[in-house]
Design a protein around this ligand. Sequence first.
Ligand code: HEC
Length: 134
Amino acid sequence: MTVRTHRLPAASALLAAGLATGAAGGCSGAPAPGEAYRLVPGGDAQRGRLLLAHYQCGSCHAVPGVPGRSTQVGPTLAAFGGRSYIAGRVPNEAAALQRWLQSPQSLVPGTAMPDLGVSATDARDMAAYLMALR
Ligand code: HEC
């Protein structure tokens, strides 16, 4: 599924109002030197943030900068860019994270994280946002 950001009025309004504190807005930046494996080539972190709202990741996860009433079903994604492992199992690097977002079960069979039908482009942009969370 492809989502165009202009079709996300609620999230766009939040963005415009500056309500969401910006991990992608400047306080935290690109991965440090030596952490290039965390870089997501072509990733658009701002679009990724809107997509996190669109896919309602916030219904299960606390995600800085993304609205949602977290149920704490999933772990917080605060400072995820500094996390060593995905689901405590797979080393956290850009390619693995994109695969996780598209098909969690294929990366960690039996995980409780659902497959949300995320496209490759959307996974790329959401990964860019998550990797920038420090
Ligand atoms: C129905 C609840 C639910 C939804 C919706 C959900 N997740 Fe998850 N997510 C989980 C659970 C549960 C885990 C823990 C999985 C595990 O450890 O095996 C998880 C794990 C993760 C992790 C790894 C966290 C860590 O600390 O290892 C990331 C990253 C993640 N989810 C991102 C997302 C994104 C992005 C979305 C939206 C596209 C999303 N999730 C939607 C339940 C959810």
